[in-house]
Design a protein around this ligand. Sequence first.
Ligand code: AFP
Length: 344
Amino acid sequence: MTQTAKSHSDQVTLTQFIIEQQRGLPDASGTFTLLLNNIVIACKQISHRVNRGALIGVLGSAGSENVQGEVQKKLDIITNDIMVRALDWGGHLGGMASEEIDDPIKIPKQYPKGKYLVLFDPLDGSSNIDINLTVGTIFSVLRCREGVEPETEDFLRKGTEQVCAGFVLYGPSTMLVLTTGNGVNGFTLDQDIGEFILTHRNMRIPEETSEFAINMSNQRFWEPPVKRYIDECIAGQEGPRGKNFNMRWVASLVADVYRILNRGGVFLYPFDLRDPERPGKLRLMYEANPMAFIIEQAGGLCSTGAERVLDIKPHDIHQRVPLIFGSKNEVERLIDYYQQPTNN
Ligand code: AFP
């Protein structure tokens, strides 16, 4: 996929793209466009804060812990507040849930309630923020039963029920990657005009790859199917795979997903034997489900090793899951290793 500079008149903005998609849906009322617009405004504000960094004093630790027991960065709190304030007033949401907050966030009484729920990780990869590496915001949109004040159970829905998922990448360029179940498209923020412009149409993950992403420091805790897979990759040309593999690990899910969407690869944050109470590191509702929707829409696969991520019935809004995704042929191979009894 090559991108060439286009004149302004040829450019498709995100708003135009969404409105044109909506025209094809007879029941569309425009509410979803408004919701997405507010998410985008929040992400532009976050992009600005992340970009200004030390100049505006937003780097460093906040000295508190979130519901996951992780030390919060100042920007974890700032970006969470930006998302909440951008989304609570619009009238299109029944409620929202954030990776940073214990319970779902209610819409203040003075505002009307709407037909969607939003779940988000306001700043994924925030442990990378102080070293100026790519971070991002991930979001997932579900429908809300109209007329109900949503409780936690109303958010506990399978990933297959998502109507939209996306992430914004705050990297060398600020980019939005989006799916509404009709392929995956990438938009680059033109900072001069403040608009996201369609630059990566119909992103597809190559089925073949020779690149893997995993945190190798956890090797001693892995289950046999993952050990076998990685050993075979590392054995390279002389090993059973008969080819050399490369490894990448940014430790920012958004950046690793973006690389895989562009040039293929396989990502693993598998179940490991450190703590049986913690079946993985990444969060189902805020990270795994939205990324699984995007990956599948781009022709890849996403699994825990034992089951398709999008088919998991959630039991806890902050639950963690093992995550294996990327180029179809490699994920299929891993699923096959999980199914072979000698590997388990
Ligand atoms: P932080 O938001 O705490 O930096 O965690 C990032 C993350 O959830 C995900 O974006 C990475 O893929 C993964 O954790 C990295 O985990 P390790 O630090 O264990 O490599």
